[in-house]
Design a protein around this ligand. Structure first.
Ligand code: ATP
Ligand code: MG
Length: 372
């Protein structure tokens, strides 16, 4: 169970700084998920940890030993790449057994391990196929089985479930975590999928432009995002421009466009400061009449429905508020007997305790929230 520590790492490709003065520590046995927009440096970070690329600056330690220049196998690490490269001339079973064989175990033991991993990946029935006879998702599972079969103590996984359908992805992500926890390995797992990161990560790293924007438990990243960007990237939220109108020790009053006043719990900012009010979509309730709601507990804002979308487990409704702002609400389908038609007059309700407030970004809100 190795621990991993990066200190002041810089990795450049020509004029691009892929990793920019990044420091972090992963305790032994932890399952860490890395989230971030495309090009934010996720793959580069994994390659640095696994020993497939060397940093321009900084130090990397595994179990407190400096490993810069030490190859992956001597770090006890295995890297499962984003673009899985299987050996085309070997069968699926031989591909998976290759990992343990190259670590010097007997043929019999390697094949037993390979069969167990293929069973876990639900591919035991394709053990004798060649990789090019498999679908993309199947090939990805073979690559993952091959990585797991090495029994490396440090697993470095780059979008290991990215090519799978939603149902299989959920099943395998849970199995991956169980396997990691029962065999006591340390895992760094890159994913584009927030739900994957929040459901299996002990901790989540949010990366942007080669820097860590937050490194915390899934609960903290979701409930206490450290920045507007993290609030935007993890979970669906509304972002409304505002000015602090009044400030009390127990909260503030914000003025939105058109003079609309709302109560928030935050009291960090001073009257007159430009801020951004953030409300998670699932914290916005829509009601037909304002006597259905306790206005001491909720901010109640009039508006009309712009559009409704049925998302399976959720209904997503876009509202146009009286002050000209837009607000989206996400309600569990079970909590809703009907969706509201476009144009219907309704009230959006949200609690002061469910709001988050951030300083208005100097580069502007849309640039701050960009994910490309
Ligand atoms: N070998 C390379 N040569 C030149 N530039 C590179 C190389 N590898 C990565 N980069 C650049 O470094 C930055 C980070 O790339 P990286 O592959 O780490 O991003 P990523 O977060 O994994 O993105 P994605 O989600 O698309 O996989 C990008 O701007 C990329 O173009
Ligand atoms: Mg990548």
């Amino acid at each position: 169970m190795p621990s991993v520590k990066l200190v002041d790492i810089v990795k450049r490709f020509g004029t691009i700084t892929a990793i920019n003065r990044l420091s972090m520590e992963i305790p032994a046995g932890e399952y860490v998920c890395v989230l971030g927009p495309t090009g934010s440096g996720k793959t580069t970070l994994l390659k640095l940890i696994a020993g497939l690329t060397v940093p321009d600056e900084g130090e990397i330690y595994i179990d407190d030993k400096s490993v810069v220049g030490v190859p992956a196998e001597d770090r006890g690490a295995v890297y499962v790449p984003q673009q899985y490269a299987l050996f085309p001339h070997l069968t699926v079973l031989q591909n998976v057994a290759f990992g343990p064989l190259s670590h010097g175990v007997s043929d019999e033991e390697a094949l037993d391990t390979a069969r167990a991993m293929l069973e876990m990946m639900k591919l035991d029935h394709r053990a004798d196929s060649k990789p090019d006879e498999l679908s993309g998702g199947m090939q990805q599972r073979v690559a993952l089985a091959r990585g797991l079969a090495t029994k490396a103590r440090l697993l470095v996984l780059d979008e290991p479930l990215g090519a799978l359908d939603a149902r299989l992805r959920v099943e395998l992500r849970d199995k991956l975590r169980q396997l990691a926890k029962s065999s006591g390995v340390t895992v760094v797992h890159v994913t584009h999928d927030q739900a994957e990161a929040t459901s299996i990560g002990d901790q989540i790293i949010v990366l942007r432009d080669g820097r860590i924007r937050q490194y915390a438990t899934p609960f903290h990243v979701y409930m206490r995002p450290q920045s507007l960007f993290v609030a935007h990237f993890v979970g669906d939220a509304n972002f409304l421009q505002a000015i602090v109108a009044k400030r009390h020790p127990e909260g503030s009053i914000l003025e939105l466009h058109g003079g609309l006043l709302v109560k928030v719990q935050d009291s960090t900012y001073l009257p007159g400061e430009e801020v951004v009010l953030v409300i998670r979509e699932d914290n916005v309730k829509i009601v037909e009449s304002d006597d259905q709601i306790d206005s001491n507990l909720y901010n109640v804002v009039e508006g009309h429905i712009q559009s409704s979308r049925f998302l399976g487990g959720f209904v997503s409704e876009q509202m146009h508020l009286v002050n000209g702002d837009s607000l989206t609400s996400k309600t569990p389908t079970t909590a809703r007997e009907k969706t509201f038609p476009a144009g219907k007059q309704v009230f959006a309700c949200f609690k002061a305790s469910d709001t988050m407030v951030y300083s208005y970004p100097p580069i502007g809100l849309s640039r701050e929230l960009r994910v490309m």
